[in-house]
Design a protein around this ligand. Structure first.
Ligand SMILES: [Zn+2]
Length: 335
């Protein structure tokens, strides 16, 4: 199968087409041990298992959102208290450098929060800070901007892609309909993409089609990020925005699926599902395609119910999930 990361390229963007033979995931309930170019059915050596087990994934909060109405958003606290919503991003260490999943807010957002727009600031109470940018947190971990070679964005909303200018050399993986929406937003989409202020540096876009591709645990049109020794898949989850995607990472001990804004509260993917009322309303109001959003949300709940022992779900804004995953990393490091 041919993965064409440059499909539908526009003339002002770099063209990149890559031949790659991905693993077939169709109807497989067992996670594939994603070492590059492995044909299906080939044995995995102990050394490979060891190296997969050592894979490092950093869970970062790259900016908080603190709107009023904590009880209606977080499900606890007071009505007038400010809620806490995080921007949960991932930094994955690979032999081809770091792979970021979303960037949260960037340096320029912290220096000039006015660029986020009055509407978004009043509604969402964003708290962009220099020290919580992905760039500064990665520097704290001993990396530099040039170590980030790939960024997979769940979508281009300003709280997910604000840090793109901080990593100008990274290849930015995005579903084609999302890039189309970002570059040519409809009137009602302009607030979320803030006029493209986050990509005036001409990012190295790598567009991935949102149709075709492989199956993965019941999800279709899956795309693999080519050329990495770590399996990173784009799992289209259209609905919140026109080209919204999840990003699945084979950790060597199962899958971690970053669902972006496909849901906002961990209760939504539990059975029976639950969600604080304001969050439910907000997700409906923000959806580019609410029917598709609800269908994908239901599929995620089913995925969690059926494959919860193999797949860990996280979304972008739930502080409970972020804390849970950071605690998991800490306890693994201490073991
Ligand atoms: Zn968001």
């Amino acid at each position: 199968m041919r993965i064409d990361a440059g499909g539908g390229i526009r003339t002002h963007k770099p063209v990149r087409a890559i031949d790659f033979e991905p693993i077939a995931y169709a109807s497989s309930a067992t996670p594939a041990w994603g070492l590059k170019d492995r044909p299906p059915g080939v044995e995995i050596s102990d050394e490979e298992l060891d190296s997969a087990a050592e894979m490092q994934i950093h869970h970062l909060n790259c900016g908080s959102l603190c709107p009023h109405g904590r009880r209606l958003i977080n499900g606890d606290g007071g009505l007038l208290e400010r809620a806490l919503s995080v921007c949960h991003c991932l930094a994955i260490e690979s032999s081809d450098g770091l792979v970021l999943v979303d960037t949260g807010f960037g340096m320029e957002d912290a220096r000039n929060p006015g660029q986020l727009g009055a509407g978004f600031r009043v509604l969402m109470g964003p708290q962009p800070k220099v020290e919580t940018t992905a760039l500064k947190q990665l520097e704290q971990l001993g990396f530099s901007a040039s170590d980030v070679s790939h960024i997979a964005v769940t979508h281009l909303d300003l709280d997910h892609a604000g840090g793109l200018p901080d990593f100008p050399n990274a290849e930015v993986h995005v579903l084609a309909p999302e890039l189309e929406a970002g570059l040519n937003p409809k009137l009602n989409e302009r607030m979320r993409y803030i006029g493209g202020a986050h990509w005036t540096h001409s990012p190295r876009w790598a567009e991935h089609p949102a149709s075709g591709g492989d199956d993965w645990l019941g999800f279709e049109s899956v795309r693999i990020l080519p050329g990495l020794d770590v399996e990173v898949l784009l799992i289209p989850l259209i609905g919140h925005s026109r080209g919204h995607t999840g990003v699945a990472i084979n950790t060597g001990d199962g899958w971690l699926l970053h669902c972006g804004d496909a849901y906002f509260n961990h209760g939504q993917v539990q059975t029976p599902p639950s969600c604080p009322p304001v969050l439910r309303f907000f997700q409906t109001a923000m959806a580019a395609d609410n029917r598709a959003r609800k269908a994908n949300l239901e599929r995620l709940r089913e995925l969690s119910a059926r494959h919860g022992d193999e797949v860990t779900l996280v979304c972008a804004h739930d502080p409970v999930e972020l804390e849970r995953e950071q605690a998991r990393v800490r306890s693994a490091a201490a073991a």
